[in-house]
Design a binder for this molecule. Structure first.
Ligand SMILES: [Fe+2]
Ligand SMILES: [Fe+2]
Length: 209
């Protein structure tokens, strides 16, 4: 019982930190030691907007992983989800820091994104580990594709933003492989399409608000 209460408090603390952008990173930012490029105002603004979208993605990742770790039945699965969640916490901190450096601000709707994703994560978790992992594998796949797109859109001279996005992209690819190795099912195509549609709404709104 006490362990449960402790865990609930820990998760709640993590939720507040995610939403407030106060997450501390375990690993140093990939931008550390990378020289700041000569960026004009429009380039900075564009990069800040893209990073705001990525930050929202990472807020959602926190909630998704939290929801799924809460419902995962298999101990090994839960441990892997928790490891990935710690890496997502790094992404959260790195992208928040880069937004600040670029002079932008995180999405005002973060509490909303968080709550929606937590519900989704718990929902996926309730379907059982195989489907839970399937949802995760597909999410990571779509996020990786999305980050790849950002690498094409970011200015070549914006080396610091690019370093962060590239490191996140490579982690997401690994998270997907982990989910598959743990026995993820393959989602039916309509589910994948629905996820893309939802992601589209989220990224479109987050670019502005
Ligand atoms: Fe991430
Ligand atoms: Fe990930």
């Amino acid at each position: 019982m006490t362990a449960r209460v402790d865990r609930a408090i820990l998760e709640f603390d993590r939720a507040l930190r995610a939403v407030a952008g106060l997450q501390a990173a375990e690993r140093p930012s990939p931008a550390a030691g990378v020289q700041e490029g000569e960026l004009d105002a429009a380039t900075r603004e564009h990069a800040a907007a893209l990073m705001r979208v990525n930050h929202v993605g990472e807020v959602c990742a926190q909630a998704l992983y939290q929801g799924q770790a809460l419902t995962a039945r298999d101990e090994r699965t839960r441990a892997s989800l928790e490891q990935a969640a710690r890496e997502e916490a790094d992404h959260l901190a790195w992208s928040a820091a880069r937004i600040r450096e670029l002079g932008g601000r995180p999405s005002l709707l973060n509490p909303l994104w968080y709550a929606g994703s937590l519900a989704l994560g718990i929902g996926a978790g309730l379907l059982g580990d195989r489907w839970n992992l399937a949802f995760l594998a597909e999410t990571e796949h779509q996020v990786e594709e999305h980050l790849r797109g950002h690498l094409e859109r970011l200015a070549p001279e914006d080396a610091r933003t690019r370093a962060v996005v590239e490191a996140m992209r490579s982690d997401e690819a690994r998270h997907r492989d982990t989910a598959i190795a743990l026995g993820a099912a393959e989602l039916p195509p309509p589910a994948k399409l629905a996820m893309r549609a939802m992601a589209k709404v989220m990224t479109t709104v987050a670019r502005r608000v």
